[in-house]
Design a protein around this ligand. Structure first.
Ligand code: FMN
Length: 324
């Protein structure tokens, strides 16, 4: 524990930030009919029967008067991809609703779209709460969809991921030394990669393709007409090398043709090569969909987010297949 006395504002904020929340945008309508909206993570459930929720608004908020006048408010629980919407409603001033796709709910309150859930409320009570006003609403209508929520943790947006399934892999780790095998990141990444890739490899083997040959074909699908040097710029991180012999093999198989002066030849996909590569990519996507389906949307988003961070942190500056 960092401190208990004297009371430290910054520590208090940090302690509150340790309480991970979702993110909502609350909308209402003032007595002049103008819509208002603020980003709020002070939202919480209060009662199931009758259904009631609460949130609190800083007295310094420009929208305070309108919300205290509003007979209704709507809580929008934001989806993972709505961080820009959260930022928009976290800024005072400017017309926060400009250009948004809006619907209208009870009491004419603007309703945002694309959220995980929307709770339309009748303002039931308002309480003084220090420098905030606490609004308690009775939920009179709601709608929701299955989508990963946006999370707010320690002052930053975050992604929620389930802990239970992954726990099974480390449960029998008894001591720190043993965790070298079971919990070592390099092992987990490699094992995940090889287990996933081995399913795809059976498709490659059916068509007599090596991993390296498939890499060449799949990179050509993204952009045709590449030199051997270009392949290797994109492939060096794997430790494999694309050689003139490998390209010649693909040419003999009828999947690739080359053109240009010797030493500066460019590789192009043949019709057969394109059709085959697209078939294998479709199989890869089906395997991916199957795996991500097992994880669920939120964990799939969390996994991709972490892998991208991992790639960025270890990137030696290599070009991606998608960059020109
Ligand atoms: C993730 C997040 C959560 C927030 N939660 C609250 C909250 O619960 N209550 C509040 O008064 N302000 C909260 N804010 C700040 C308001 O959204 C911000 O002050 C907003 O500009 C108020 O708008 P207004 O001045 O136009 O009324 C939050 C901001 C962010 C980014």
């Amino acid at each position: 524990m960092a401190t208990d006395t004297p009371f430290d504002q910054q520590e208090f904020r940090k302690a509150l930030g340790a309480f991970t929340t979702g993110v909502t945008v609350i909308t209402g309508v003032g007595s002049d009919g103008a819509p208002v909206g603020v980003t709020a993570n002070s939202f919480n459930s209060v009662s199931l029967d009758p259904p009631m929720v609460l949130w609190s608004l800083a007295k310094s908020s420009r929208s305070l008067t309108a919300f205290t006048q509003s007979q209704n408010f709507a809580v929008h629980i934001l989806a993972l991809d709505q961080d820009a919407l959260s930022n928009r409603f976290a800024k005072s001033g400017a017309d926060k609703f400009a250009g948004l796709n809006l619907e209208h709910g009870a009491g004419g309150v603007p309703l945002l779209t694309g959220c995980v859930a929307r709770l339309q409320c009748r303002t039931a009570f308002q309480y003084e709460g220090g420098d905030h006003i606490i609004f308690v609403g009775e939920v009179i209508a709601m709608d929701r969809r299955d989508a990963p929520p946006l999370v707010f943790q320690a002052g930053r947006y975050a992604v929620a991921t389930a802990k239970t399934a992954a726990q099974a892999l480390t449960d029998d780790v008894q001591d720190e030394d043993a965790s070298f095998s079971e919990n070592f990141t390099g092992y987990l990444l490699a094992r995940a990669h090889f287990q996933f890739y081995s399913q795809l490899r059976s498709h490659l083997q059916q068509h007599g393709l090596s991993d390296c040959e498939y890499f060449v074909l799949s990179v050509l699908v993204v952009r045709d007409g590449r030199s051997i040097a270009n392949f290797n710029e994109r492939f060096s991180y794997t430790g494999h090398q694309v050689t003139p012999q490998l390209v010649a093999r693909l040419e003999v198989k009828g999947y690739v043709r080359t053109a240009g002066p010797a030493g500066q030849q460019l590789c192009y996909l043949s019709e057969a090569g394109r059709a085959l590569t697209l078939r294998i990519i479709a199989a890869a996507k089906a395997l991916e969909a199957d795996m991500l389906g097992k994880l669920g949307e939120a964990d799939a988003a969390a996994l991709k987010n972490l892998l991208k961070q991992f790639i960025l942190h270890t990137d030696p500056g290599l070009a991606h297949p998608w960059t020109a």
